[in-house]
Each structure stands twice: as structure tokens, then as C-alpha cells.
Write a protein that binds this ligand. Sequence first.
Ligand code: SF4
Ligand code: SF4
Length: 461
Amino acid sequence: MTETEIARGAPLTKGGAPFAFHVMAKPTGATCNLDCEYCFFLSKEMLYPGSRFRMAEELQETYIRQLLEAHTRAPEVVVAWQGGEPTMMGLPFFRRAIELQAKYAQPGQRVLNTLQTNGTLLTDEWGVFLKENDFLVGISVDGPREMHDAYRVDKGGKPTFDRVMRGLDVLKRHEVEWNVLTTVHAVNGDHGGQVYRFLRDDLGATFIQYIPIIERATPDTLQIADTGWGSGVHGRPLYVQDGSLVTHRSIAPEQYGRFMIDVFEEWVRSDIGTVFVQIFDTALAGWYGEGGGMCIHAETCGQQLALEHNGDLYSCDHYVEPGYLLGNIGDRTMLELIALPQQQKFGQDKRDTLTQFCRDCDVRFACNGGCPKDRFATSPYGEPGQHYLCPGYKDFFHHVQAPMQAMCALLRDNRAPSDLMAAYASQDAQRPRNSPCTCGNGKKWKHCHGAPAGLRDQPAR
Ligand code: SF4
Ligand code: SF4
């Protein structure tokens, strides 16, 4: 079963558990060597006062055994390591994980390890290990230096760009498979094309995930959030999904739409089939009638869970908070916990609590109302529970509608979606240089997506 199938809601066993699910394991809990200003997860340390934040050997074995045994019907199981910063566990922990996977792998089962890291602790020793064991590594980069360093700082508030680039060099040197996770926020949010070109051209990224930063706040938490957290995690209040305000670091709804359209206009002309942008793949799957590859744009969810360092299993990485604790895998198996009615309801609620405005929406099949954690806006019908990014989602999905339909037509014709690039090239050749740019940002074509490569990141005229 693929991750896409998992994301769009895999079938359930008789006991109510899915045949496949995805767990983000946090072996160091929320502990991290950095102090990114927008990180919602750092404050989760407060859930475990006095903890050493290290997954014990016994629990590591329980986790891997349960995960592999739960996937007897799946040809591939993904073991996802996340944080906090998982590399802080050190290499011996991960070497042992590989041994345990060999011990508990089911006949014919392939195990894929993924590691999401800030990259700053990677050394050649890590590079050798990650390559030898076929890890897929996600590295967090928010764009060129000044955009990356705006919020991705260390415990002393120092920039991290150079250290991340050194970590990426380790991955490249050892030919480790890697991809980029880029958050989209107030600082890089007006520079979609520039960020994309940096990731593609300067870093050589071929798989990119964009994650919008939406930091919810209440009137009480907004002030502390906006003026800075003070020194490290101890200045942060426990982050929970509450409040209908957002911090100044958060992306604005229409800004997010413009960012993704800016990227799309670049990608659709030159990179279809060579650079994979997660939301574009998801949108294409939606138009093709296959459902999405990202849980946030799937009809239902609930099969992407989070495992804390002590074995506590939560409904989702974004809901590591007391009300969403399912139990501890030392007491009950993961399968039992996932089958709990509360978890099934959690996943179904994504569809069942959609506003009427979403139900009436012409791009609902692709968007599906976004992630419930961000549904704190009011819909144009006056309903609570609308996704904060809705205006941006609508702009983006409407903008890509015609090219998505064209790519679907190519697929049904047994042709490659990348054939669309030739159609774009021929239309662009006829396009008057002074006409408005196709991205809709108000600039002239010749100064925007029609500008020669190398001149596109010049200031707007
Ligand atoms: S709550 Fe949001 S992030 Fe979590 S599984 Fe559902 S859609 Fe995905
Ligand atoms: S674009 Fe807006 S109205 Fe349409 S499904 Fe998405 S969130 Fe709902």
C-alpha cells in the first residue's frame, strides 16, 4: 500500500484498524538543538516534565516490532523518524533500529526509513550510515540565506544556514536520497519563484514539500508569541490548537495562494516530471480522480499518528496534546489504539465537519477543506470552522485547474504530463511582452515569468 493510499483513507480491518498507517516517531520527543521561532513542537517538552527525552531500548524494540507486525499486508512499511531533532539520539540508536527491523521484518516486507532533520548535526559518519541503509532524508531549508535565517535560528538566536548547507553537502557527498521541506511564512511568502529556483538550481532539489506556517494564538498568547519567546523553549507557552488569531510570522491566506501560483508558473514551464512538488502531485491526483497524496487534502485522515519518546501515541503530529492521547504502546498495541472509536472519529470528522461553504465549493474534490487544525476562520456564509487559508487554496486550485485537466487528458492518452510544457512554450512564444503575467500578480509578462532566466529575481519594476 502506498503512502497515497494511506493518506486518502486506507481500508480498515474487521477490528477497525487500517491495513496500513503512518507513524512519526519522535525518539527525542520535542528536544532539538535549534530554536526555530515558528516551531510549534518545541513547547511539547512541557508535557513530560523531568523526562530525559530519549526513547528507551525496550520501547524502541516494542515500537519496531509492533509497526512491522501491523503491516503484514503491506509490501512496504515506512519507519519515519522525526523530532524535535532525531539525530540527537546519535548513530547507535539508529544502528540498533536497523538490526531490530531485520529481526522483525515480515516475509517479503520492505522497510523504508525516513528521517526529517534540520541537517546541522550530520557528519560523514552519518552520511555513510544513511546511504548504506537507504534512508530517505528530508532536510529543512526555508530558501536563500536571509529567508532561511529569518526564523531558523539556534538556541543562542544565531543563524543556521551555513550549518544546514554543510549537512546537505554530507548527504550529497554520500549520495543519500534527500528531499527538501520548506516552510512558507511571512518572510519568504512573497518570493515563491525565488525560493523555488533557489531550491532547484542552487541546492539541486528534485522533491519539495511546502508547509505553510500558521501559528494560532489567542489574545492571551498572541503578545508573547509576537514579541518573541524569550530564551528558548522555556519562554514558550504549550502550543495547542486554539485561538483564531495568528502570529506575525504566519503566512497570510492570499499570500500563500500567490506563493504556490508563483512556483507553479515556473514548474509547469520547465520541470514537470523532473521536479516533484508535493501539492502539485496531490492536485493532479485529485483531478485524475485518485484522491490526494497529502493528508490535508484527503477527504478523511486519522492514519498519520505521532509516537512520543515514551510510547505515548497521539492522533496526529499536530495534535500532540492531552485531549488527543490515544494511549501508550507499552500498554496496548498500536493497532488497538488506532482502532479506538475516538481515532476513527478524529479521521472522519475531517469530512463530516466541513462547512457548507466547502461542500458547495467547486474545487472541494482537490482541497477537501484543508487540515482541521487550521479551520478557525469564518466562512463567507458566516459559519465557524472554515480553513484559515481558504482564499489562498481557492486561488491556487482555480489557477491550476486548466493545466491539471490538460495533464489528465495526456495521462488518459498514455502520454506524459510533461508534454504540456511544449504547449506552454508555444503559447509563450506568441505572448506580447507587455501583457500581464500569467501568474496574475499584476506585473508585466516580460518582468515576471517571461523574464529571461537569471533576471527573474530582480526587484519588480
Ligand atoms: S489533522 Fe491535519 S495533519 Fe493531522 S492527519 Fe489530519 S489532515 Fe493530516
Ligand atoms: S478552497 Fe476553501 S471552500 Fe473550497 S474546499 Fe478548500 S477550504 Fe473549502
